[in-house]
Design a protein around this ligand. Structure first.
Ligand code: ADP
Length: 744
């Protein structure tokens, strides 16, 4: 404490001496003078005094005492001197170190300054009043001014555009600016923050800016290029849609007229040529459709729907659609949907149908004997469903297996020449499946067949979580004999076993005959494909041993006469529901004189709509001629309108004359007034007058889902996809009649 105080006093005194050297000198001189004067005066006056009697003894004592005192003083002084010298040496060493340190600091400062100055980034410091206190070379160069000219000024660049701004947790503000400089406009990304260097001093603004002009411009150029590419892509798609529409219109004419020509009396040679014209036209049409679809998918225009659909129905529809093609090649086609799967799932049914139709179509195309099976099972992941398309065809060589999924690739040229095709089908299918979040895998052995596995995630629909669509029969403890061969038979056996039945499958008629008396059978299923004679004989034998005797027919053999020994028939490819319904019947109910399963289509097909008055709105002359010929041949009266406006007028005139049309077939793309608008006006008029609802069918070459929605939204009852032929038209008219839209 005391030490500290003395030290502080000393420091203060030293500081005082340093600050006021003259005053200190005066004080010191005064003190020396008064001490000397006091001592001299004392000595003189002492020796002169009257009563200072000289005593040599006392004098000697005094003198020696004084001498000793002087010696002591000298010794002290010399010690102090030594001490001071030592301190001085330490100080000198210290001083040296300090000089070195100072030097280093100077060097470091110099380095830091030059680093700052030569930074590529802009660095500028400003005081609290915005005056520049430091600016580096980059800043000066961009400003086009010397540093000395900038320091102390409030210089700043002109702002052209202010970008986004953000603040970091540390308080640093980050923002982009576009500024005007003598070198042109530049984009600078700034980082700015206030720094307080000395307590009590106002804070200083430190700004560091990076020139990001190149980056920003590249980004802008990229985004411009992307916009342009998008626009170009849209234009391309529009062009493609237009072009394909333009190509399809005359192609419809070629196919339609070819069909009409085939209906006339021709020599066999002419028939061959006309048929070739029609087939080529159809091949070209398929190619155009595929190209259009592919380019649409490539352009990212594949919008998938998420709607509930029935899995069973989809698969059975696909098999039934392909059955005529398979049966024409004497191939079997069968489907099996695992009953563990939920009945209704959510996804895009139309696109899934497209993929499966393509795979199953290929399977039929590349198979010469045997058959094609469509098996639907739970996949390996939860919610995943696996669609297996299996064939017994030519197979695919291992090296071609990944290649065929690429566009325009076929397994090998010889195959392509024999079977035709574009090589687009699998490429399209794979893209669709990938978009659904699934995958297609392939297993194949040349000569043995192929299995394509489409695994897609399809969530079960809430509505479909209930019990199955049809009650599955309880076959527990019941024996069923299946006399058949091939893919479908094995799938039927699998299904029967799932229902609890003891199934015995034999493919040989004589073995079957021997087996029949072995026990009492709940049902015997015999495939007509074994040959009519054999089948009828087996039926007779089975009378005594089986309550139910069913024969399996193909759609082509269904009209053949069947022996009375049978209690019913089932049409291949079998619907699970039909099989279940048949087997659930008690033998008494199943009358022996054949109660055929109600074929849905035949009732509609059996009553063709005759003699309707039909308005056809079609701007293409050839298509109009085609429609007129087709409809007149079917016995209808046809009026043609060449555009929407004319169609509307004709419809109004007929309605007010009291002879309204029974049906309107409306082309969608027409000049003046298109089909959608014409329909809307007709519907509006009907609503206003409370008149009869005229069925309107769209005529379109466009298969886009959104176009179909537009048709329904406008109030149309359905649509007909071009190219049209007699069967399609007949079917559509019959369909309308069945749904009682048409008064026949
Ligand atoms: P396309 O059938 O129009 O030629 P795809 O893309 O559908 O085009 O098929 C590509 C190729 O893959 C076919 O040409 C054929 O060589 C081969 N391929 C596809 N499916 C099968 C199959 N089930 N069996 C044998 N080969 C097949």
């Amino acid at each position: 404490m005391a030490m500290g105080r003395t030290f502080r006093i000393k420091v203060r005194m030293r500081r005082f001496r340093r600050r006021y050297p003259k005053t200190a000198f005066a004080i010191r001189s005064f003190m020396i003078f008064s001490a000397t004067f006091g001592a001299a005066y004392g000595f003189v006056s002492g020796s002169r005094s009257e009563n200072s009697g000289y005593d040599p003894n006392a004098f000697a004592i005094g003198a020696s005492f004084l001498f000793a005192l002087a010696c002591l003083g000298l010794a002290t002084l010399s010690m102090r001197l030594r001490f001071v010298n030592k301190r001085l040496r330490t100080l000198a060493a210290h001083n040296e170190v300090l000089i070195d340190r100072n030097w280093e600091l100077k060097e470091a400062e110099e380095r830091a300054r030059s680093l700052f100055e030569q930074q590529g980034d802009l660095i500028v410091l400003r005081d609290h009043q915005g005056r520049i206190t430091f600016a580096n070379d980059a800043y000066c160069a961009l400003a086009g001014q010397a540093r000395s000219a900038l320091i102390g000024t409030r210089f700043d660049f002109d702002l052209l555009e202010q970008g986004d701004s953000a603040r970091e947790a540390s308080g640093t503000r980050i923002h982009d600016q576009k500024i005007a400089t003598p070198l042109g406009a530049r984009w600078i990304a700034w980082r700015e923050g206030y720094v307080r260097l000395d307590a009590g001093q106002p804070a200083e603004l430190q700004s560091v800016g990076r020139d990001v002009t190149d980056r920003t411009e590249t980004e802008r150029a990229l985004s411009d290029a992307r916009d342009q590419a998008d626009a170009a892509n849209r234009a391309k798609s529009r062009f493609l849609a237009m072009a394909s529409h333009e190509i399809r219109t005359p192609l419809n004419g070629i196919i339609g007229m070819g069909g009409l020509l085939l209906d006339t009396t021709l020599t066999p040679e002419q028939t061959t040529y006309a048929r070739a014209v029609k087939t080529s036209g159809e091949a070209l049409m398929a190619l155009i459709e595929e190209l259009l679809d592919y380019s649409r998918i490539e352009a990212g225009k594949l919008d998938l729907e998420q709607r509930p659909f029935a899995l069973f129905t989809l698969i059975e529809e696909i098999t039934e659609l392909l059955a005529p093609r398979a049966q024409a090649k004497k191939l079997e086609i069968a489907a099996y949907v695992d009953e563990r799967l939920s009945l209704e799932v959510i996804g895009d049914a139309a696109r899934l149908r497209q993929v499966l139709l393509n795979l199953a179509g290929n399977a039929i195309k590349f198979t010469a004997s045997g058959g094609v099976a469509l098996i639907v099972e739970p996949g390996i992941w939860p919610n995943e469903i696996s669609f297996l398309v299996r064939d017994t065809g030519i197979g695919i060589a291992p090296e071609a297996q990944s290649r065929i999924f690429r566009e325009f690739e076929q397994a090998d040229e010889r195959v392509a020449r024999t079977y035709g095709g574009t090589g687009l089908g699998l490429a399209i299918s794979e893209r669709i499946v990938n978009r659904m979040g699934g995958r297609i895998t392939l297993e194949s052995e040349p000569g043995k067949g192929s299995t394509f596995d489409v695994a897609v995630p399809l969530a079960a629909s809430q509505a479909g979580a209930g019990p199955s669509a049809f009650p599955s029969p309880d076959l527990a403890g019941k024996s069923i004999l299946l006399i058949a061969d091939g893919i479908e038979a094995s799938l039927i056996a699998r299904r029967l076993e799932r229902w609890g039945g003891q199934t015995c499958m034999v493919s040989d008629a004589s073995v079957a005959e021997a087996l029949l008396p072995e026990r009492s059978w709940h049902a015997v299923l015999i495939d007509r494909a074994l040959g009519p004679g054999v089948v009828d004989r087996l039926g007779e034998v089975a009378r005594a041993h089986a309550a139910q005797r069913l024969v399996l027919l193909t759609s082509s053999s269904r009209h053949e006469k069947i022996s009375a020994a049978f209690t019913g028939f089932l049409v291949k490819p079998l619907r699970a529901a039909s099989l279940a319904a048949r087997l659930a019947l008690t033998p008494e109910v199943a009358s022996p004189d054949l109660a055929p399963e109600p074929p849905v289509e035949s009732t509609a097909g059996a009553v063709p709509a005759k003699g309707l008055s039909i308005l056809v709105a079609e701007d293409n002359e050839i298509n109009a001629l085609l429609m007129r010929s087709l409809l007149s041949k079917l016995g209808h009266r046809v009026v043609i309108a060449v555009h929407g406006e004319a169609a509307l007028e004709s419809w109004l005139a007929a309605s007010s004359a009291g002879t309204p049309y029974d049906l309107v077939l409306m082309d969608i793309q027409m000049p003046q007034l298109d089909g959608i608008e014409a329909t809307e006006r007709i519907r509006a008029h009907e609503a206003a007058t409370g008149g009869r609802h005229t069925p309107i069918l769209a005529l379109t070459a466009n298969t886009l889902v959104e176009d179909r929605y537009a048709c329904f939204e406008a109030g149309m009852n359905g649509f007909l996809i071009k190219p049209l032929d007699r069967e399609k038209l007949e079917e559509a008219l019959a369909g309308l009649a069945a749904s009682r839209h048409l008064a026949v």
